[in-house]
Design a protein around this ligand. Structure first.
Ligand code: PLP
Length: 386
């Protein structure tokens, strides 16, 4: 089976992890800060906080902005459940803004309309909006930022798919149009640490808070303590935090992987262009690029022209799987998950995301996918769609 995504681990990656195993620190050591600095400097953000996964990163990012009971967070329905669950972890409500049918990202027109409607009718406005850079292509951040200024919400970019992508000539992660950006280092993502995530920000106050929340809400900084420290052993828990730490083993793997990020991205861009060429003329929609953003190509998603096919997505999916092509589907709209239906959402609430979902298939896309195996994917697809 050709998988839809796969990590690529080099001998240098392995050596970096082994070095940590032989060192004094398996966790809370120097490899973590090195990883944070490498990602911050690559992305152009001032501060970075590495954590155990992107789900934890989203959680503490929301807490750092004081999201809590009675608050509202909006995100895209076309995402992994973690982008919305972070609101519920904080005791807040999650809501959604439908996607646009070209980029499959949160639609800024619908965001604007929904904000204006809530403002005009005494509805609740969101405290946080989480745009998700679907498949590695940045949302229209300048517009979302302008709306955040007008309506007073904070912005956390869920860039789990988008390390190495850019928007308006700047790297995703620089936080030019947001308060924080989150990356995921799960093995199917672009750079991996096994499990891992990171929050980037340019705000010192958020950085300090994120560092405390990552580790139990504990500080060793005398300036933060309620009374002066008893001795050199002193620490104080000044708020309720978690153990969301990443290990030095993982951080060393991440730093080593990062040295190949540009190669990862250029291979993915090459494969995307090649798919574009090879799929021409088939009854499907290829991903559409954007003038403003250069994608990291976490995913290559096609949309089937079901009317022309006389087959549904499930048939096409099953027939591809039967031919050894490990296709996948991204994403089941979050609001249609049972947990969200029980919270009052229903099928039909976000029709663009739902229509997109019925037609979408993610083709194999990863660094080590070679041309021959990509040809195999395309040949299988041609057969199934014939
Ligand atoms: C993978 C992913 C997450 C969660 O990442 P983990 O590191 O697995 O917790 C969140 N949001 C999106 C959009 C993702 O793709």
């Amino acid at each position: 089976m050709i998988p839809y995504g796969r990590q690529d681990i080099s001998d240098a990656d392995i050596a970096a992890v082994v070095d940590v195993l032989r060192s004094d620190w398996l966790t809370q050591g120097p490899a973590i800060e090195r990883f944070e600095q490498a990602v911050a400097s690559y992305s152009g953000a001032r501060y970075a906080v590495a954590v155990c996964n992107a789900t934890a990163a989203l959680h503490i990012a929301c807490l750092a902005l004081d999201l809590g009971e009675g608050d509202l967070l909006w995100t895209s329905p076309n995402t992994f459940v973690a982008s919305a669950n972070c609101a519920l972890y904080c005791g807040a409500d999650a809501g959604f803004v439908d996607i646009d049918g070209a980029s499959y990202n949160l639609d800024p027109d619908q965001l604007e309309a929904k904000l204006a409607h809530a403002a005009a009718h005494g509805g609740k406005l969101p405290k946080i909006v989480i745009p998700v850079h679907f498949a590695g292509q940045s949302c229209d951040m300048a517009r979302i930022h302008a709306l955040s200024q007008r309506y007073g919400f904070a912005v956390i970019e869920d860039a789990s798919h988008a390390i190495g992508a850019s928007y308006q000539q700047a790297r995703v992660g620089c936080c030019a149009f947001s308060d924080m950006t989150v990356f995921s280092f799960h093995p199917v993502k672009i750079v991996t640490t096994g499990e891992g995530g990171m929050v980037l920000t340019n705000r010192r106050d958020l950085y300090d808070k994120l560092v405390r929340l990552r580790s139990h809400g504990i500080t060793r900084d005398p300036a933060m303590m309620d009374e002066s420290p008893e001795g050199a052993w002193s620490y104080q828990q000044v708020e309720l935090g978690f153990n969301y730490r990443i290990t030095d083993l993982q951080a060393a793997l991440g730093t080593s992987q990062l040295t190949r990020l540009d190669a990862f991205i250029s291979r993915r861009r090459y494969l995307a262009k090649r798919y574009d060429r090879l799929l021409e003329g088939l009854p499907l929609e290829r991903p559409r690029g954007s003038q403003l953003a250069s994608s990291a190509w976490h995913l290559y998603v096609i949309r089937l022209h079901l009317d022309a096919l006389g087959k549904d997505r499930r048939q096409v999916f099953d027939e591809l799987r039967a031919r050894g092509i490990g296709v996948n589907v991204h994403y089941i709209p979050v609001h249609t998950q049972p947990h969200y239906r029980r919270r009052g959402f229903a099928a039909g609430d976000f029709p663009v995301a739902e229509q997109y979902y019925r037609e979408a298939i993610s083709l194999p896309m990863f660094y080590a996918l070679d041309d021959a195996r990509q040809d195999q994917v395309v040949a299988a697809l041609r057969e199934v769609l014939a």
